[in-house]
Design a protein around this ligand. Structure first.
Ligand SMILES: Nc1nc2c(ncn2[C@@H]2O[C@H](COP(=O)(O)OP(=O)(O)OP(=O)(O)O)[C@@H](O)[C@H]2O)c(=O)[nH]1
Length: 298
């Protein structure tokens, strides 16, 4: 799939890394941001759909299910999701972020140190604004962006390694462990990305290893090539789908029922459940290994 990298007057907004976006006043969702509603027109879509459907001339309102504000709010806030890119130096984070922002590779030479990109994507007919943060490298961090903050503020994380660099793959596992510590309770989407898939002859990490790592660490997996613009649209659209799925899942969860003494029948059922739990876990692992590369399912 080819990204629509058309440069237009309404090119994606870029924010200085030193200017973090304000957190949602309600603070319900980690990394869910609120800003004044944008008066700009919608950015071109990522992916093939962009070339098939020209961008709308008027911005669509932020979907209610995505907003931390109620639909009938007087001041209509727009929901943003902060996607933090993590990974070793040189794995291609900036290249992926720039493609997300609709920039051509040649523009990368004019890197201005502005490492936060914002873009509204239309995925499955709904608009969602992602703010992609590429501030992980030490030299990009300033008094506002520490690595600790990067690990805390994401609504979703994209951990990038290069398939031609085993060291970066090992770092990716370490980053996943660090993230697990920071986000124990909330199930933020994490996508493991094997970039530079075009470097076939230099491959040091197989697809199977990448997939197995994703299964073990309970995240999604995709291989990309920023150079060939392969799977980059799928990556960011997948991030949007994962965010939606998790948001819907948490909305569907009922509050826990008050604890009462269990009846004999309930206790017997729990006993049987414990007996079958081990095989269920095995089945779940098998199912995850089948679906970890499908970014459209949980
Ligand atoms: N062959 C190939 N090269 C790539 C790919 N993605 C990025 N590169 C190259 O890898 C180098 C590093 O890319 P960056 O995007 O700067 O990587 P980074 O992770 O942001 O690393 P820093 O620049 O250190 O922040 C550049 O020369 C890119 O052109 C890819 O998919 N395939």
């Amino acid at each position: 799939m080819t990204l629509n990298t058309q440069q237009e007057a309404k090119s994606p907004q870029r924010r200085r890394a030193s200017t973090p976006l304000p957190l949602s006043p309600r603070g319900h969702q980690p990394g869910l941001l609120c800003t004044e509603p944008s008066t700009e027109t919608q950015h071109p879509r990522l992916g093939q759909s962009a070339s098939l459907n020209p961008p709308a001339r008027t911005p669509s309102p932020a979907p209610n299910s995505w907003s931390s504000e109620s639909s009938d709010s007087e001041t209509s806030w727009e929901a943003f999701y902060r996607v933090v890119l993590l990974g070793d130096p040189g794995v291609g984070k900036t290249s992926l972020a720039s493609l997300f922002a609709g920039k051509q590779e040649r523009d990368l030479h004019e890197h201005l140190g502005e490492d936060v990109y914002e873009r509204t994507l239309t995925v499955d007919g709904e608009d969602t604004t992602l703010v992609v943060v590429d501030t992980w490298e030490a030299e990009k961090l300033d008094e506002c962006w520490s690595q600790e903050l990067c690990l805390q503020v994401g609504s979703a994380y994209v951990i990038v390694y290069s398939i031609a660099d085993r060291g970066s793959f090992e770092s990716a596992s370490e980053l996943r462990i660090q993230l697990r510590r920071t986000h124990q309770a909330d199930h933020v989407p994490i996508i493991l990305v094997g970039n530079k898939a075009d470097l076939v002859r230099c491959r040091e990490v197989s697809v199977e290893e990448g997939r197995a790592c994703a299964v073990v660490f309970d995240c999604k997996f995709i291989e990309t090539s920023a150079t060939l613009q392969h799977n980059v649209a799928e990556l960011f659209e997948g991030v949007v789908r994962q965010l939606r799925l998790r948001r819907r899942e948490s909305a569907a969860q009922e509050p826990p029922a008050p604890r009462r003494r269990a009846s004999l029948g309930q206790r017997a059922r729990r006993f049987l459940e414990r007996l079958t739990a081990r095989s269920a876990r095995r089945r779940a692992l098998k199912a995850r290994s089948k679906s970890c590369h499908n970014l459209a399912v949980l």
